[in-house]
Design a protein around this ligand. Structure first.
Ligand SMILES: NC(=O)c1ccc[n+]([C@@H]2O[C@H](COP(=O)([O-])OP(=O)(O)OC[C@H]3O[C@@H](n4cnc5c(N)ncnc54)[C@H](O)[C@@H]3O)[C@@H](O)[C@H]2O)c1
Length: 342
């Protein structure tokens, strides 16, 4: 029986790619209910073998083999950005549910192909926007939606990504650079919070990293967006500032809000010692312990019909976030403001 005809009560996930983010996902799945990673593949066989050994995953020879494995319900694409569109489409066409890391693709044409494939499929497709699941960001989104801050005026954010581990991150054709690869998290977020963008202006450059200088892509940038709602959001993104994590300030006529995942990881937990390994004081990292786990739990629950999928966003919204980041990169390249509705 094909996997898409199987009645599911748990979700069996194949992990595609065994690099840095794959390890984060593997750790997240330790705390996921009703879903587990069961197999891994990577052309760098040592990387796949290491994950297989550490987590007990089956070692799949290739992505294609995994797509033909009827015992696999879903794939988690943790691969370089230039592979996302084709791998997503192939997996949907093979009847798999797909969790794809961001960005959806590196070009609008590819993003439109993914949107069309998602529309033609009855499988679940979710993208790696873990901030939608990281407290207190969804709580802030609800308060903004309820109008608690009044008409909004401005927002500022700072986003600190991991320093690239390989050249593909810098290459416009393979990774897209810091704006497409990393700021896209906040591209998605500001569209979710403040609505469609009207124009975008970017300043930045390759300040430090040799790879960024070689490929002529930025390692630091400031992107300012005017939204159609009138809100102006300004976002600093860096691969070198090294502080880790995210900050966001939102200012409205009736109030303001601050999210600071650099300084205030707000949840302090005490677990009584009843023989548990995790007894005692704990200071969970909101992104690592809730964002990454939350997005996977939501993906599994969406496949099982337990949630409606709205929180995760759509393929069209992932395309809109990419379109905004492409315009931001273009503004840096041409040296002036870029209008979105051209
Ligand atoms: N959400 C986040 O916070 C976050 C953080 C880091 C990276 N990412 C995203 O995750 C993705 C991977 O980034 P990374 O830092 O793990 O990169 P990485 O280079 O560490 O890992 C990528 C892995 O994919 C493997 N790979 C390449 N081609 C493959 C193929 N055809 N099939 C299977 N595996 C293949 C590589 O061998 C490598 O092991 C990127 O899209 C990146 O933007 C997201």
């Amino acid at each position: 029986m094909a996997n898409n005809e199987r009645s599911l009560d748990t979700v069996r996930v194949g992990l595609i790619g065994a690099g840095r983010i794959a390890k984060v996902h593997a750790a997240a799945y330790d705390r996921i209910a009703r879903g587990s990673i069961v197999a891994v593949t990577d052309p760098v066989i040592e990387a796949a073998q290491a994950m297989s050994k550490e987590h007990g995953y089956a070692l799949a020879p290739s992505f294609t083999d995994l797509l033909h494995d009827d015992s696999i319900d879903a794939v988690l694409l943790a691969t370089p950005n230039f592979l996302h569109a084709d791998q997503t489409i192939q997996a949907l066409e093979a009847g798999k549910h797909v969790f794809c890391q961001k960005p959806i693709s590196l070009t609008l044409e590819d993003a439109n192909r993914v949107v069309a494939a998602a529309a033609a499929s009855d499988r679940i497709l979710q993208f790696g926007f873990m901030l939608r699941f990281t407290p207190p960001i969804p709580q802030l989104q609800q308060r903004i939606e309820r109008g608690e801050l009044g008409p909004l005026i401005a927002a500022q954010a700072a986003v600190f990504g991991w320093e690239p581990s390989s050249d593909w991150f810098y290459d416009p054709k393979n990774g897209g650079g810091v704006i497409l690869d990393t700021l896209v998290h906040f591209g998605d977020l500001v569209l979710w919070l403040f609505g469609p963008a009207e124009r975008v202006t970017t300043e930045g450059g390759a300040y430090k990293l040799e790879g960024a200088k070689r490929f002529g892509s930025p390692d630091n940038a400031v992107v300012t967006i005017r939204h159609k709602s009138g809100v102006v959001s300004s976002m600093y993104v860096s691969w070198t500032a090294g502080r880790g994590n995210f900050t966001l300030d939102v200012f409205g006529n009736d109030g303001s809000a601050t999210v600071d995942l650099v300084h205030s990881q707000a949840l302090n937990l005490f677990i009584a010692d009843k023989g548990r390994e995790d007894a005692g004081w704990q200071y969970p990292d909101l992104v690592w312990d809730y964002g990454y786990a939350g997005e996977q739990q939501y993906f599994v629950d969406h496949i099982l019909g337990r949630v409606d999928g709205a929180r995760a966003g759509t393929a069209g919204q992932a395309r809109d976030a990419l379109a905004l980041m492409l315009a931001a990169q273009e503004s840096l390249d041409v040296g002036h403001t870029v209008e979105l509705d051209r």
